[in-house]
Design a binder for this molecule. Structure first.
Ligand code: NOJ
Length: 758
C-alpha cells in the first residue's frame, strides 16, 4: 500500500492518499506487464503457429462445469474448450487440467473461472457494503483473501470486480456494485483488481480479474435487470467508463461484456466499446469474454438473425471468448471459410487468451496443491470483520442511544435478520457457508454472556413473512427489555442478478413490526441488513437509532456486536443516495442542474393553499410529494463522536492545467469517542462547454482521531483530474471558475472558489 508523509506544525500524520495511490498503482502494473511482454509474445506465436483452426476456436469457447468430470473429458481432449468455470473442487480441477495438459494435442492448460465476487469461503460484505467503507486498503485485502482461498481450489480467474455505476436501487445488482459514484468506483475497483491479481499474475494465489459488465449495464431502464440502456457517448465516457479505464490501468487481465444493448447496440457486438475504447484508447492486451450466453442473446435482442450471425458479430466486434452458448464452436469454422470472419481476427483473440494463460503461469504450474488449508484462516476472518465493521453506516443516533452502556441489562433481539446466516452473506456468495457465518444473535449472546440478558423473538420467519402472529411476542419481549434491537432488511435473494424490485419498502410485515416496537416507548435500535438502500423514512423516524449494513458477510454478527456496545465506532458512509420513495429515482448527488434548480424550501402537497395560483410554487425542479432532498445523501454517515472541519486552505486560487492544487484543513474530534471520519473533497466546474454536475467527488480519506485530537489533512488534486469529455467529445480541462468543498458528505460544506486559467 502506497502512502506518504505529510508534516505540519500541529501533527505529523501518515496520510493515505487515494488519488495518488490510485495513479501510482496504475503505473507500476503497466510497467510490469510491458517487461514480460516480448518473451511471452514469442511463446504465444510459437504455439499459435501449431494450432489448427478448430483448436483456435476451442480456446475461444468456455463451458460451465456440470459436476461430471467424465462428460467433460472428450471436449477437453479434443481441445474444444479453453476455459471451464464453476469447478471448485481441487481434485476435480486437477483431474480436468491433467486431461488438457497431458492428453490434448498441444497441452494448453485450461483457465478455471468462478464468480468470486466478495469472498470465497470467507465472505466479505457485498461490494456495496465494501464501498461504504471508502477504504481501498480493506477492499484490496478482501479481494486478496478471496484470491488466496479460491486459487487453492484451482480457480485462477474471477468474474469480478463488478464496477457498473448503479444509480437505481430498484436494480438488484446494485448490491454487487460500488454504488453511484464514478470516482469511488474507480478507486475501489482498481483496489479489487490489485487484490485479486496480487503483485503479479504469475503467483499461484493470483486470480485474473474481470471488470464487468462492459458497459453501461447499471443504467438499465427502470432499474429492471437486463433492460436496454440509452447512455449518450459523453455520459458514457464521463460517468460509466472511467472505472473500467482505471481497472485497465491497474492491470486487469480480462473484461466481460454486458447483457444490455446501449442505444440499440448490444455490448457483445459493440465495436466502439470493444475495439475503439478498450483496445485502441486504453491499450488493453488481455481478453474479453461474453457474459453468460450474451453472444447468442443478440438473437433475442434482434441484433443478429441467428446463432451464426451472432457469433460473427461478437467476434468481429472484438469478443475473444464466448461464455457457454457455443455459437463460436458451431459457426466460426464456416464463417472463416466464407471469409465473414478473418482467421487473423481469430488469431488475435487466441493470442489475447494465451497471453493471460502465460501470465498466470498456467503452462509452468497448471495444477493446484490439493493439500492447501487456507479457508477461514484467522487473518481472513479478521479482514472480513474489519470490512464489515467499517461498512456499517450510522444513519441516526437520537440522544446517543448507541453505543449501549452498562445500564442496559436486558435487550430484546427481534426481527427476521437477527439470526439469518444465509441471508447476511448477500448475493453471489456461492461458496460461503451459513454454518460458518456468525449472526448478530450468536455474536451478542457470545460477547455479552453474563453481562446482558438476551430476549430473542424473531417475530417473522423471513423478511417477506406477512404473518403478524409473532409480533405481539416481540412486543412483549420489548416491554421487558431496556433496549430493543430490531434486525430487519432483505433476504439475500431479494437483490442480485434478476432480482429487481419496484417497491423498496421493507417487505412482509417488517414495517408493522417496527411500528409496533416503536409504540412500546422503549429505545428502539433498528439494524437494517439489505442488498440496496431501502425506502425506510418511516422506520428511521420511529427508531431511536438506525445502523445500516449492506449484507455484511461471514463476520457481520461480531462486527455488529462490537458496534452496538461501542467496542467499535461506526465510520461507514452511504455509497449511494437513499431515496425517500421509489418515485424519486433516479436520485444521485452528481446530477446536472436544470435551468430551474430547486430552491431552499420544499413546499410539499400539504403546504399548498386551496385554489393556489398556477405559479405559486416558484416553478422549480422537484416533486410535490417527495420534495427535492433524498432521505440520506451520498457520502453520509454519523459516528458516536463528532468532528469539526476547519475552513479548507487552497495552495492557490488560480491554477493552470498541469498544476496540482493542495487543499489543507484541520479535522478535530470534538466528541467523547475515538473515531474515524471519511473526509470528502468535491468539485464543481461552474460553467462548461456542456453542462456539468453540481458536484463531483474527487478525493476522500479516512482519518482516525482520539477525543480532542486534531489533525491537519491534505488533499492533492492535479488539475488534469478536472478533465471531462466536452462539447467536441474531447477529454479536456476547460479553464474557468470552480467550487470546491471539503465535507463529511455530498450535501454539506461551504464552497471555496478557485480558477483554472489558460
Ligand atoms: C451472468 C452474470 O451477469 C455475470 O455477472 C456472471 O459473471 C456470469 N453470469 C457467470 O456466472
Amino acid at each position: 500500500m502506497e502512502s506518504y508523509l505529510i508534516i505540519f506544525g500541529m501533527k505529523t500524520i501518515q496520510l493515505f492518499s487515494v488519488g495518488l495511490l490510485f495513479l501510482a498503482g496504475m503505473a507500476s502494473c503497466t510497467q510490469k506487464q510491458q517487461g514480460s511482454n516480448a518473451h511471452v509474445e514469442e511463446k504465444i506465436n510459437a504455439l499459435l503457429s501449431q494450432m489448427t483452426l478448430e483448436e483456435k476456436i476451442g480456446q475461444m469457447n468456455q463451458l460451465s462445469f456440470n459436476g461430471n468430470v467424465e462428460e467433460m473429458i472428450p471436449f477437453i481432449k479434443a481441445g474444444k474448450t479453453g476455459s471451464l468455470f464453476n469447478v471448485v473442487d481441487p481434485v476435480q480441477a486437477n483431474a480436468l487440467q491433467r486431461v488438457a495438459v497431458e492428453e490434448s494435442r498441444l497441452g494448453i492448460p485450461l483457465l478455471m473461472g468462478r464468480d468470486v465476487i466478495h469472498g470465497f469461503k470467507t465472505v466479505m460484505p457485498i461490494p456495496l457494503g465494501q464501498a461504504a467503507t471508502f477504504d481501498p486498503q480493506v477492499v484490496e485485502e478482501g479481494a486478496r483473501v478471496a484470491a488466496i482461498e479460491a486459487s487453492s481450489t484451482g480457480v485462477r480467474w474471477t468474474f469480478a470486480p463488478m464496477i457498473d455505476i448503479a444509480r437505481d436501487p430498484r436494480w438488484g445488482r446494485i448490491a454487487e456494485s460500488c454504488g453511484e459514484d464514478t470516482y469511488l468506483t474507480s478507486v475501489l475497483g482498481a483496489a479489487m483488481v490489485k487484490g485479486f491479481q496480487g503483485d503479479s499474475l504469475n503467483q499461484p494465489t493470483s486470480m485474473a480479474a474481470c471488470p464487468k459488465h462492459f458497459a453501461g449495464y447499471g443504467a438499465a431502464e427502470g432499474g429492471k435487470d437486463y433492460n436496454s440502456t440509452f447512455i449518450p457517448e459523453r455520459r458514457l465516457r464521463n460517468v460509466y467508463l472511467p472505472p473500467f479505464e482505471a481497472a485497465a490501468k491497474a492491470g486487469a487481465a480480462t473484461y466481460m461484456t454486458s447483457f444490455n444493448d446501449n442505444d440499440g447496440v448490444p455490448s457483445t457486438g459493440n465495436i466502439f466499446l470493444l475495439r475503439q475504447v478498450l483496445r485502441d484508447e486504453w491499450g488493453f492486451d488481455g481478453f474479453v469474454v461474453t457474459d453468460w450466453a450474451s453472444a447468442f442473446e443478440m438473437v433475442s435482442h434482434g441484433f443478429a438473425a441467428d446463432r451464426k450471425e451472432a457469433a460473427m458479430k461478437a467476434v468481429n466486434a472484438g469478443v475473444d471468448m464466448e461464455m457457454v452458448s457455443g455459437t463460436f464452436l458451431e459457426a466460426l469454422p464456416e464463417l472463416v471459410k466464407e471469409g465473414k470472419v478473418k482467421e487473423a481476427v481469430l488469431d488475435e483473440a487466441v493470442r489475447n487468451i494465451l497471453r493471460i494463460k502465460f501470465r498466470l503461469g498456467l503452462f509452468d504450474r497448471p495444477y493446484t496443491d490439493e493439500s492447501l488449508q487456507v479457508m477461514y484462516a484467522p487473518e481472513h476472518l479478521a479482514t472480513a470483520k474489519r470490512a464489515a465493521t467499517e461498512s456499517a453506516i450510522l444513519l441516526k443516533n437520537e440522544d446517543d442511544v448507541l453505543p449501549l452502556g452498562a445500564s442496559v441489562k436486558t435487550v430484546a433481539v427481534v426481527g427476521p435478520m437477527a439470526d439469518a446466516p444465509h441471508d447476511q452473506l448477500g448475493t453471489w456468495a456461492f461458496d460461503g457457508e451459513k454454518e460458518r457465518t456468525v449472526t448478530p444473535l450468536q455474536a451478542i449472546r457470545e460477547s455479552m454472556d453474563g453481562k446482558v440478558q438476551v430476549l430473542y423473538e424473531p417475530a417473522l420467519v423471513c423478511s417477506r413473512d406477512k404473518n403478524r402472529q409473532g409480533i405481539p411476542r416481540a412486543v412483549s419481549a420489548a416491554l421487558r427489555a431496556d433496549v430493543v434491537l430490531a434486525f430487519v432488511g432483505e433476504e439475500s435473494i431479494l437483490s442480485g442478478e434478476a432480482h429487481s424490485l419496484a417497491d423498496l419498502n421493507l417487505q412482509g410485515a417488517q414495517r408493522e413490526l417496527i411500528a409496533a416496537l416503536a409504540q412500546t416507548g422503549k429505545p428502539l435500535v433498528t439494524v437494517v441488513m439489505a442488498g440496496r438502500p431501502l425506502t425506510i423514512g418511516d422506520e428511521v423516524e420511529q427508531s431511536s437509532a438506525v445502523l445500516y449494513m449492506f449484507h455484511p458477510g461471514t463476520m457481520g454478527g461480531p462486527a455488529l456486536a462490537d458496534l452496538l456496545w461501542g467496542k467499535a465506532v461506526p465510520s461507514g458512509k452511504t455509497p449511494v443516495t437513499f431515496p425517500k420513495m421509489v418515485g424519486q429515482i433516479p436520485v444521485y448527488y452528481s446530477h446536472n442542474n436544470t435551468g430551474r434548480p430547486a430552491g431552499r424550501t420544499e413546499i410539499l402537497l400539504d403546504d399548498i393553499p386551496l385554489e393556489a395560483g398556477q405559479t405559486s410554487l416558484g416553478c422549480t425542479s422537484y416533486y410535490l410529494d417527495a420534495g427535492f432532498e433524498p432521505l440520506f445523501p451520498f457520502g453520509y454517515g454519523l459516528s458516536y463522536t463528532t468532528f469539526r472541519y476547519s475552513e479548507p486552505k487552497l495552495s492557490a486560487t488560480e491554477l493552470k492545467s498541469g498544476d496540482v492544487l493542495t487543499v489543507t484543513f484541520d479535522l478535530e474530534n470534538t466528541g467523547r469517542y475515538e473515531g474515524t471520519e471519511i473526509a470528502q473533497l468535491y468539485v464543481q466546474d461552474k460553467v462548461g462547454s456542456v453542462t456539468r454536475p453540481v458536484k463531483e467527488l474527487k478525493r476522500f480519506t479516512r482519518v482516525s482521531l482520539k477525543p480532542g485530537e486534531k489533525k491537519t489533512v491534505t488533499f492533492e488534486l492535479p488539475m488534469e483530474e478536472l478533465a471531462f469529455w466536452n462539447i467536441d467529445m474531447k477529454r479536456v480541462v476547460e479553464p474557468g471558475d470552480f467550487n470546491l468543498w471539503v465535507a463529511p458528505d455530498s450535501q454539506s460544506g461551504t464552497p471555496v472558489a478557485f480558477k483554472v486559467v489558460e
